[in-house]
Write a protein that binds this ligand. Sequence first.
Ligand code: EPU
Length: 428
Amino acid sequence: MDAFLIRGPSPLNGSVRASGAKNAVLPALAAALLTSEPVTLENLPDVADVKTMGVLLSGMGVTLEPGGPGRLTLRAGTISSTEAPYDLVRTMRASILVLGPLLARFGEARVSLPGGCAIGVRPVDLHLSAMEAMGARIAVEKGYIHAHVSRISAAAGRLSGAEITFPQPTVTGTENVLFAAALARGRTVVRNAALEPEIVDVARLLAAMGARIEGAGTRTITVEGVERLGGTGARPHAVIPDRIETGTYLAAGAISGGDVNVTGARPGDLTAFLDALRRAGVDVAAGADTIRVRRAGPLRASDIKTAPHPGFPTDLQAQFLALMTQAEGTSRIVETIFENRFLHVGELVRLGADVKLDAHTAVVRGPVALEGAPVTASDLRASAALVLAGLAAKGETRVRRIYHLDRGYSRMDETLRRLGASIERIPG
Ligand code: EPU
């Protein structure tokens, strides 16, 4: 198991190019199951979750053909299995994204029920009830979701369009419904749909494959099912830049007191985060596809509350909390999406942070002089927060279990080294 050894403090300076968005690529890969024709994706990030999704799909009989850096062609002509096994699902919950495509095209799916994870219980009940509303029969047995298209409620083994109202927006739940609805008989209307940019990107891919989708990026999405979908043809689908990776490097620039420019980014996807940085006294300059941060003076305490898009993203909460340990005053960080997403707090306290937890609120007092220490990563974004704190801390910080980080960040150590950080990947 690798660790990062960081020697701080080191101000970061320079430019980073944003990678493709992990959370847009994962559903795009699953979408390849919807057609027998080739689907070519571009701008794929080199992260472990993308590899895991590749392993999952090839286990089902999908062929994956790399076509140079960041490019992959998938062919799901025939399928040998409609099962997502426990061993893969437990390492990546996003495996649930194969449920909608398998049901829609093959009329059946067997997906291991994702368990709880470091950030909370994370049920998939909303995915399942949406599939049931579209005519699927669902049973959960021995830890697996068994789903098949019910012949009684759905004609000829196809799912049927339905009116689905989510009690709360769900990102992968909305994506699963789009997949299922794309090949269903009739019209599906999704209300209270998630608005995340990744949803819009997946809808763009589905439209290129021949799906009839309106309203992606708004609360109500309408899908008219079609009988078959095609591939991407002569125009590969280039996935959008990763807003969370972008935000993480901006936070790294700000916490280290440096000057960092992220290129190939989409500032409009990060409005709530950039506003929070500005309120905290960070100088933020956003161009058409670049975002540059500089520390103009001392950081000021700033409150945030996570919310579904376009609110402050939960996937940047840990990184912002780390930044607030260096801000003058008391910041209140409220997490509303996941019940247990504060595992980074105990580790940040080991570095000297002054943070008190009160249910879903972390109260951060700053600025404190962080001091290097060994810490252990617990999930993807918590790991990023520990690396940021390590950049600001005096002395050596060893961040253990960075396999969490590698799930969603492409060679973060190399990127940070290019920006001037002293960071090494070491065994242990
Ligand atoms: N929820 C339910 N039942 C469901 C589905 C969701 O109660 O059936 C609850 C969740 O427990 C949570 C809330 O609804 O409290 C929202 O969860 P959502 O379904 O939107 O999350 P997700 O689709 O499982 C995606 C990202 C996460 C990101 C969240 C929130 C992917 C592959 N994952 O997860 O990304 O935190 O949306 O924006 O898109 C990450 O990249 O580090 C990550 C965790």
